[in-house]
Design a protein. Structure first.
Length: 64
């Protein structure tokens, strides 16, 4: 299962890219490929346990 905050975009802010890049909607920012590995639960990592962006966004969602 991948992180629900992960998207892949090939454009942003009026610019387009040759390849899609990992974008985290929890922080409204593109993220490094190594961070996307966490988002995609690769290498025995899990986004709900290993990503501070996800943990913070999930906690904020619980408050609402």
């Amino acid at each position: 299962m991948t992180c629900p905050y992960l998207e892949y975009r090939d454009e942003a802010e009026g610019r387009s890219f040759d390849t899609e890049r990992a974008y985290c909607t929890a922080v409204d920012s593109f993220v490094q490929p190594m961070r996307a590995d966490i988002c995609n639960d690769r290498y025995d990592l899990h986004h709900a346990e290993d990503c501070e962006f996800y943990i913070e966004a999930a906690a904020e969602g619980d408050d609402a």
